[in-house]
Design a binder for this molecule. Structure first.
Ligand code: CA
Ligand code: CA
Length: 318
C-alpha cells in the first residue's frame, strides 16, 4: 500500500507542487499527518511551542493520482483514521468567538483511553466529564483552479473545511484542476463541535487510510448534466444517508446561500425538476449546518437525504 510519511507536509494547496507519492485510481493510500500546530511541542507549560517556523494546519501530500485529468472528479473514501495517544487545545487572544476573554495563549493536553464500561475511545475533560472521541479530518482537498491556497483556508478545492461529517466511512468528492489531482490532507480532530467556536477542535495527529478513484464525465448513467451540477456543488461529502455540499465564503450568510444553491441545482438536474419544485423540496428536506466560523473563510454545508435523491430522484452516486 502507498504510504506518505509525515515528513511530506505542506502549508498550501498548489498546482505546481511536487508529488510526494503516486497511486493508481482505486488504490488505497495511507497519509501520516501532523497536528494543526505542525507537531510543535505544545504543552501546558509551553503553549507557544518550541519552534518559530511551525506551519499552521499543515497537510500531508500531495498525492498524484494517475489518470486524473482536468475536469474529472476525485472520489476519496475515508476507510480508517488512527490517532496518536493525545490531543491538544489552545486558546487564542486574537481569533475565535471568545478571543476577547483571553490575554494570552493557554494550552491543554488530553490523553485518549478506552472507557472502562463502554469500551469507547475518549478522554476525561475533567474528573466528572468523559467525552467520546468523534474523529474527523479538518483539512482535505486537491490543487485549486488558480493561485496557491494556504492550507488554513477552505475553498472550492476543499482545504480547511473543518466539517464534522468528514470522518471514517464518509466519501468526499473534489474537483480535478490539474493532472494527478494532487490530494493532500491533515489537521485531525479527536472531536469538534460544529462551528469550532473557540478556535480549535481537540487537535491531534495520526494516520488516515483512504481509497482514491477518478470519476470521468460520461462514465455514469446519470448523464453529463448531472455530472456538471455535481461538479459545481463540489466539495461534496456523503456521510451515511446525508449528502452535503460544503461551501466557503467571507461570511456565513454568503456560504449558506452558496451551499443551498449548489444543492438545489444538483437536485433539480438529478430529478429533472423545475426550480419551483426543487426549491420547495430543498426547503422541506435540506438542512444548513455551520462547519466552522474561525478560518480565513467560513464554511457552511447544505445537507440533503441521499435516499430521497437516489430512490425518488434517480440520482446515481459516483
Ligand atoms: Ca482546521
Ligand atoms: Ca484544527
Amino acid at each position: 500500500m502507498v504510504r506518505i510519511s509525515r515528513d511530506f507536509v505542506t502549508d498550501r494547496f498548489g498546482r505546481k507542487q511536487k508529488a510526494a507519492a503516486f497511486c493508481e485510481s482505486g488504490e488505497e493510500v495511507v497519509f501520516e499527518t501532523r497536528d494543526c500546530y505542525d507537531d510543535n511541542d505544545i504543552s501546558e507549560e509551553n503553549p507557544l511551542g518550541s519552534r518559530e517556523n511551525a506551519m499552521e494546519n499543515p497537510a500531508t501530500g500531495p498525492l498524484f493520482v494517475k489518470g486524473a485529468e482536468v475536469g474529472d472528479i476525485l472520489r476519496v473514501e475515508i476507510l480508517d483514521i488512527r490517532l496518536r495517544e493525545y490531543g491538544l487545545m489552545r486558546t487564542s487572544p486574537t481569533c475565535g468567538a471568545f478571543h476577547y476573554l483571553y490575554s494570552e495563549r493557554t494550552a491543554r493536553r488530553f490523553f485518549f483511553e478506552k472507557h472502562k464500561e463502554t469500551g469507547k475511545e475518549g478522554f476525561w475533560f475533567d474528573k466528572n466529564l468523559w467525552l467520546d472521541c468523534d474523529v474527523m479530518i479538518g483539512v482535505i482537498g486537491t490543487a485549486p483552479e488558480g493561485e496557491d491556497v494556504l492550507s488554513v483556508t477552505p475553498g472550492k478545492h476543499g482545504g480547511n473545511m473543518d466539517c464534522t461529517r468528514i470522518r471514517k466511512g464518509s466519501t468526499l468528492y473534489f474537483p480535478v484542476n490539474v493532472e494527478g489531482a494532487l490530494l493532500s490532507l491533515g489537521d485531525l480532530h479527536a472531536r469538534m463541535g460544529d462551528g469550532e467556536v473557540m478556535i480549535c477542535g481537540l487537535e491531534t495527529a495520526g494516520e488516515v487510510e483512504v481509497r482514491v478513484s477518478v470519476c470521468k464525465k460520461g462514465g455514469k448513467a446519470a448523464g453529463d448534466a448531472v455530472f456538471d451540477a455535481f461538479f459545481d456543488a463540489l466539495p461534496v461529502c456523503i456521510d451515511g444517508n446525508i449528502i452535503s455540499s460544503i461551501q466557503a465564503a467571507e461570511t456565513l450568510d454568503e456560504a449558506a446561500v452558496f451551499a443551498a444553491g449548489k444543492m438545489e441545482a444538483l437536485l433539480a438536474k438529478a430529478a429533472g425538476m423545475d426550480d419551483v419544485k426543487a426549491g420547495m423540496l430543498m426547503s422541506l428536506l435540506g438542512n444548513l449546518a455551520v462547519c466552522q466560523i474561525v478560518n480565513p473563510l467560513k464554511t457552511v454545508r447544505c445537507e440533503f437525504p441521499l435516499k430521497v435523491l437516489e430512490d425518488r430522484c434517480g440520482f446515481e452516486r459516483m
